[in-house]
Ligand binder design. Structure first.
Ligand code: GTP
Ligand code: MG
Length: 200
């Protein structure tokens, strides 16, 4: 799929104030600093569309971007950023949970995982929570450019192997890099296939 237009629509902390209408939306979630906003910029080919930062905790709001005038990309705040303090963490947690559980237009959640790391408890628990609530999600491994040689593949396979110990069926997964655009076509084609399915 070609992205011909991508525009920022609105930011807010309240799921009830998200844009009305029936356009399907695809939300990006994961730990702070995992690369959600960078991935959105890479997918849309618009460098400054979503705000990124080397310091974790950059995205604090639910951000809607209208794509091709027919569907939304949603940039969510990251979870698990310790320096926010307990109050800040609880607040972000609530924004994320309300959005995921209440937003009917949310068609698929992309859960971003740093491809360099072993499975982290916080991500595994988050996946369990998604499973308990029947939330449709896919996994997106990020920062693929940072692992050289066969390391990337080995890490992904190990990660999936650990997931299989817990899940009967693995969710769809993608391997990406916002630096070299790895996985761009696969992700956009996947979104396109869901959009088409919904229109038939
Ligand atoms: P929060 O909004 O704080 O939750 O973070 P985020 O998940 O949106 O991360 P963001 O996109 O802001 O990226 C965090 C840092 O990782 C930035 O310094 C990015 O440049 C870097 N980064 C993100 N994706 C990649 C990637 O694919 N490759 C490399 N090498 N760096 C990346
Ligand atoms: Mg961000």
């Amino acid at each position: 799929m070609e992205i011909t237009s991508a525009e920022f629509v609105i930011s807010n902390t309240d799921v009830k104030k998200c844009p009305p209408g029936i356009f399907p939306e695809y939300a990006f979630i994961g730990r702070s600093n995992v690369g959600k906003s960078s991935l959105i910029n890479m997918l849309t080919g618009r460098k400054g569309l979503a705000m990124t930062s080397a310091t974790p905790g950059k995205t604090m709001l639910i951000n809607h971007f209208l794509i091709n005038n027919s569907w939304y990309i949603v940039d969510l705040p990251g979870y698990g950023y310790a320096r926010r303090g307990q109050k800040g963490k609880t607040q972000i947690q609530r924004i994320i949970e309300d959005y995921i559980l209440e937003r009917e237009q949310m068609t698929n959640l992309f859960l971003l995982i740093d491809s360099r790391l072993d499975p982290q408890t916080i991500d595994i628990e988050f996946m369990e929570w998604l499973g308990e609530h029947g939330v449709p999600f896919s996994i997106v491994f990020t920062k693929g450019d940072k692992l050289k040689g066969g390391r990337l593949n080995i890490n992904i396979q190990q990660y999936l192997k650990k997931l299989k110990e817990q899940w009967e069926e693995l969710p769809p997964y993608f391997v990406t890099s916002s630096e070299n655009r790895m996985g761009k076509k696969e992700l956009l084609d996947y979104i396109e296939s869901i959009n088409k399915e919904m229109n038939t």
